[in-house]
Each structure stands twice: as C-alpha cells, then as structure tokens.
Design a binder for this molecule. Structure first.
Ligand code: NOJ
Length: 551
C-alpha cells in the first residue's frame, strides 16, 4: 500500500473532486489512448489547479462498449491504459501530492465478456451458475422501467448458450449480478478489499439502486439493497477506516438520502445530488430560480459526517430524470435544439456549449457549484471550457481528448491522428487551437486561472466547505441567495446569484444586525452595510454573483 495522505476521516467533506477518464486525459505512448503514465505526467497540473481528489471511472479490462462500465475483470488494468505497476505509481504520485483517489465500483452488472458470465451461461450447476439472474421466461419483474430507452426494449435478453433469459438494467451486454446469491456479496467484498489494500481512498458506487429486484416492485432502492450497502460500509469502516463511498443514485431527494443511511447504520459517506443539478440549468436559461430555490430549501439534512456530491456535468448525459414533464420538454427545447443532442432521458453536451460559450454564465454556474452544500465534482476539460462533438455516438460526445495545447491532436497524443480513440474537438469556437490548457495557463484572465483562483478562495472559506445552508428571501424570482454558516470557527458567507440578463438590486432580511458590514471576499475594502431596517441591499449586475463575509 502507498503512503496515505494524513488521516482525516471526513476528508471528503472538504474536498474538491475532479473526474477524469484515463482514456481521455493524456496518451504517453502514442497509441491514441490516454493511459496511466499520461495521467502521472499531469498530476502536477491537477495539483496546480487545486484538486483534492481524483475520481477515475472504470479502467479495468473491458470490451469498452459502455466506456468501461462493462467490466470484464475487476482486479486488472485495461492494457490500453497501462499496467498494474503504472496504476500503483499513479496512486503513489497522487498521494505524495496530497491528492486522494476514488475509483468506480461497478457491482450491479458485469460485461458479458466477464469470465463469471461465461461460466454461468455454460455451466449452470457450476460455481458461477447463480451469479446472474436467469429465467425461463421474460415476463418477470415487469414493473421495472428501462433505463437506456434509446437502445433497449426489455430488461431481459435471451442467451443461446444457456437457453434462458438473463436480467440486465443497462445494455444487454451488461448482465446484472444476482445479489440473492451470498457468493456475489463475497466476490464484491473481495474486489473492494483488493483496491482498498492497494490504497485507493474510496469508491463511487455505480448504479447502486438496482442491486436487488423483486416481483411487484420497481427494482430500485429495495430494502435488501440498503442492507447490502450497510454491510459493505461496515466492512470498510472496520478494515480500512478513513475511506469513503459515494452513491450514484439518480433518485428524488428523500430516496437519495437513504443511501447515506443513518449515524447508527451508515451507508455511503456521500451521495451525488441529482435533484439539484438540472434546476441549475433551468435557472440559467429561464432567469427563474423558483425551482432551484425550492429544491435546495427542501433538501433533507444529511446525517452527521456525510455530504452531498454536487456537480454540473460528468461523463454521462445531463440527466433530466429529476425534473417534471413540462420542465423536461422546456429544457430539451432550450438545450437540445438538434435531436442528436438528446440521449435517453437527457442531453449529451458539455458545460461550455450548453451555456452558449458565455463566460458570465460559466462563472455564475461554477461559483454556485462551489457555494452549494456538499463537495464539488468537476469534469475534466470544463475548467478550460472545452466543447463537445455531437456527431460522435452516445455519450462519447463529451468524452473527447483533453486539450492541452494547440494543434490537431491538442497535445493529447504524439501518435497519428487516425489512431486517437476519439477525435479532438475541431469546431471553430472550441478547437484545440482556441481552447487549450497551455494558452490559458499563461493568460491571467482565462477561465482556467479563474477556476484555480476560485478553488483557492473556497479553500480559505470554511463555511463554504462544511457549513450549513439557509435559504434567504430576495424578493426577486431571478436572484438566489443563501447563507452558509460554519460548523466551527470561521465567518458565515452570504451567497447571492443574479440569473437574469438585467441588473437587479435585492434587499435581503435576516442576514446580520442593522449597521453591520459584510465584505466581498473577492475584493479588498468593499463593504456592504446592512441598513437601519436590517436589510442587506445587494446590487447585482446581469449574470453576476457575490460571496459576502459576515464579520
Ligand atoms: C452509470 C454510469 O455513470 C454510466 O456511464 C453507465 O453507462 C451506467 N452506469 C451503466 O454502467
């Protein structure tokens, strides 16, 4: 095991995470695929940016029919990405720079290429015969919805070898594991122990609501699924204290919250905040924060020691499962004017093009992300405002090579341009000649340097890391305001965001006593006084925001 960063059991509550697919970041050997040695070369960049933890989606041997979420061997490294010793060196390199590493634990399903499935289909009486969910008919569990609506018409697929149907919640090449089988639990525990013993700091639990399925139910969040997560967490706390689990559960707030468990029976340490994310995009286009404010105000409190993971974009589509039907239609109209931009129940575009490449909107969205309760997760390339390529299949639209410098390959690879796993974005506004790390690093006013400065500023404001959240009344449907109050020492921070294209001045009650002065943390000597009536008057130019320190 590598040297771990200093022990802090709640490190994830203060961390800024950065999601990077190994394949997409940096190709060290010219074969067109990003790899661990490339990632090692770029650790200094991540440290410079101010990242605390790196999240790596699956990098295991895989047919790569679902970006690696089709795992064929849980304890190996895809040879395209390097070797186990490259991984070890990467982990060591991250830890020695004080950064932690979280990896994906994909346990709802395997690839059909996994040896367990191959054995299960050919030897039903053998040790893996019951590792998957088999049936003679394809009509069981018919309450369960289909997730990949664009590609799948049933959750059952026929297997010619075993002459039975098998259950799959995602692509038909991803058979679901059978959690009714205790052997599956043991196998999953062994995988977790393997990577924890190497020193990884935590797991993102992929597709975690779907582990158990039973007749008459929805196949989501069943009680046995929660019991399994509790057992996994208990094992980790006992054998590897200080590591963490983050739940990928695209569910309504109260249901997501269940993935955190309780203080007595904890489940995950964090859960992605799927309900809030789409309302940020709704507000950015409508200039109406009503839905966003309501969702934030209604968020249940998380159990002590746990935290939300907040995000704007990730390697998947911008999912619209959490908004209502009319909001969803509206968002498709705004954000997916071309049918190709849609996938499943969402939109396959990157942050900068979604926001029309507008710097003011990018800053507003990111400033909000860094102010929300929970720990922010950034998606690689968004810190430079990278574009997408909707002519690529499925979610590959926003998984193109990282743009390090100008030129056809964007500094991603020295190999031939035809060998790249996906082409570098080449549209006029977002090509690597226009959008790249090298030029932005030397430009003090670039979005990259802005992001870096913001991460460093946030790090100095304890209230924004672990503080409580209280929504404030602004009297304007275009202005969202709230106060974050620190758990311990530090000052409360009032955060206010104007989502409209017009300047607005709001009067906010209930922030601080009359005549007290709040400082704008971005500017020196810029106090705003709370007036005689106890109202904080904040002037907000169009698409602007303030972080104000209450002394
Ligand atoms: C969730 C992952 O984020 C997504 O990329 C993947 O396709 C599904 N799980 C299925 O594995």
């Amino acid at each position: 095991m590598t040297v771990q960063p200093a022990f802090d059991p709640e490190w994830y509550r203060k961390a800024v995470f950065y999601e990077v697919m190994v394949r997409s970041f940096k190709d060290s050997n010219g074969d067109g695929f990003g790899d661990f040695r490339g990632l090692i070369e770029k650790l200094d960049y991540l440290q410079w940016l101010g990242i605390d933890a790196v999240w790596l989606p699956p990098f295991f041997p895989s047919p790569l029919l679902d970006g690696g979420y089709d795992v064929a061997d849980y304890t190996g490294i895809n040879p395209l990405y390097g070797s186990m010793s490259d991984f070890d060196e990467f982990l060591e390199g991250a830890h020695s720079r004080g950064m932690r590493v979280v990896i994906d634990l994909v346990i709802n399903h395997t690839s059909s290429a996994h040896d367990w499935f191959q054995q299960s289909r050919s030897d039903p009486a053998g040790p893996f015969g019951d590792f998957y969910v088999w049936s003679d008919t394809n009509d069981k569990f018919d309450n369960v919805r289909i997730i990949f609506t664009d590609t799948e018409t049933s959750n059952w697929a026929w297997d010619d070898v075993r002459q039975q149907f098998y259950w799959h919640r995602f692509f038909s090449h991803q058979p679901d594991l059978n959690f009714e089988n205790p052997g599956v639990h043991e196998a999953v525990f062994d995988i977790a122990r393997f990577w924890l013993a190497k020193g990884v700091d935590g797991f993102r639990l992929d597709a975690i609501p779907y582990l158990y399925v039973s007749e008459g139910n929805s196949g989501e969040s069943e009680p046995e699924t929660h019991a399994f997560i509790q057992a996994l967490r208990a094992m980790i706390d006992r054998e590897f204290p200080g590591r963490m689990l983050v739940a990928e559960a695209n569910q309504q707030p109260r249901e997501v919250l269940e993935y955190l468990g309780t203080v007595e029976t904890p489940e995950c340490n964090m859960a992605f905040n799927f309900p809030v994310m789409p309302y940020i995009f709704y507000a950015l286009k409508s200039a109406d924060v009503t839905g966003l404010a309501a969702t934030l105000n209604d968020l249940p409190a998380v159990p002590d020691g746990s935290a939300w993971g907040v995000f704007l974009r990730n390697h998947d589509e911008l999912t619209l499962e959490m908004v209502n039907d009319s909001e969803r239609e509206q968002m498709y109209d705004w954000y997916a004017p071309e049918p190709r931009m849609k996938v499943n129940v969402g939109i396959r575009r990157r942050l900068a093009p979604l926001l029309d490449g507008r710097r003011d909107k990018l800053e507003l969205a990111n400033a909000l992300l860094l102010s929300l309760p929970g720990s922010p997760f950034l998606y690689y390339g968004d810190e430079i405002g990278m574009g997408d390529n909707i002519w690529l299949d499925d979610r590959d639209a926003s998984r193109t090579p990282m743009q390090w410098s100008a030129g056809e390959a964007g500094g991603f690879s020295q190999g031939s341009i035809d060998s790249l796993y996906l082409p570098v974005v080449s549209s006029p506004e977002y090509s690597s000649d226009v959008v790249n790390v090298e030029s932005q690093m030397t430009n003090p006013s670039s979005i990259l340097n802005w992001t870096r400065d913001m991460l460093s500023l946030r790090k100095s404001l304890f209230a924004l890391q672990t503080g409580t959240y209280r929504g404030l009344t602004t009297g304007s449907s275009s202005v969202l305001a709230f106060v974050r109050e620190p758990e311990g020492p530090g000052n409360p921070i009032v955060c206010a965001f104007n989502f409209s294209e017009s300047p607005i001045t709001v009067s906010i009650p209930g922030v601080a006593p009359a005549n007290s002065v709040l400082d704008d943390v971005r500017l020196v000597n810029s106090g705003i006084e709370v007036n005689e009536d106890g109202l904080l008057e904040v002037e907000l130019p169009p698409m602007s925001w303030h972080w104000l320190r209450v002394s």
